[in-house]
Design a protein around this ligand. Sequence first.
Ligand code: 572
Ligand code: ZN
Length: 349
Amino acid sequence: MSISNLSAVLYKKGDLRLVDCPIKDPGPGEVQIAVQRVGICGSDVKYWKEGAIGHFVVTKPLLLGHEISGVISKVGEGVTHLKIGDRVAVDPHITCRVCEFCKTGRYNMCPKVYFLATPPDDGALARYFVHAADFTFKLPDNVSFEEGACVEPLSVGLHGCRRAGVTLGQKVLVTGAGPIGLCAMLSAKALGASAVCMTDIDASRLEFAKKCGAIHTFLVTREDKEEDVAAKLADLMGAMPDRTIECSGAQFAVNLAVHATKPGGQVIIIGHGPTSVSFPVVATVAKEIEIKGSFRYVNTWPTMIEMISCGKIDVKPLITHRFRLEQTLDAFEMARSGQGVKVMINCGQ
Ligand code: 572
Ligand code: ZN
């Protein structure tokens, strides 16, 4: 009897189907995972609705999903740190491990990377998939499958905070209160930020951010001037923020970030919408602001799993909707509607 491997495959823009796919066996250094939970990311929705993000274009059927937890169902040759039955979370990278970036601890820069659910590389929104064992991490008993799947978006936030060098007693501004902004806020607090303020153009997202732990929130309107908002933020936070983590991709937020940040401070850009945005070069120079990019994450799973396990990061409030794998299309419609924050799919049987 063959076991079914129900899988969410995007055939082309707008054409997402549940189909049965072959189950692969793990090769050397690989594990087969019985997927338990998959969170829907904005990029999954964008590939579905627009068929592309930048140069990454869906030209052949693509299995979606890169926020994964599961149970080890088979172990390939040479794998010693995992066994059948282990509960795991998955870092969606598979890298070459030998280039200068892999060898210097920046595997997120590997030019030969395979990254789940990024064309042409398949994801894991299915019953089973096979992954590199060294990018698969055991979950402690007190970390749920849902929390395990959330390690991925949390990692984006943690990496941004690490790039910013967020540390004890700092004030941190996070622009954009979507899932990644919320994850950056949770990490900034866990790293010891004394005040974290979130901005957004949507009042309901800020209300939600407060419930998730944002200390301050500030509603930005289209009529606002960046310098005026910057002054109000300094008032609200008691001083200018030492670090700003930009998670919205909006032109306004990039300008605001530079104006709001303390002289000598840093602006970290995670979010990007348009390919190019302008930035206030005079203020950047005059305040010696350092602007840095932050791309995905590197070496964040062990830290984030530990932080969830010890209770210093509580990601559960971010999960707003739950669906079964069979209801994937409804789950994607919900994610696209913007009503929820983190939509979670249960792939277990
Ligand atoms: O969770 C990781 C992640 N990264 C995203 C988007 C969604 N989820 N990124 C934004 C898009 N870039 S990309 O380089 N690309 C389409 C591969 O423009 C990757 C990071
Ligand atoms: Zn993502």
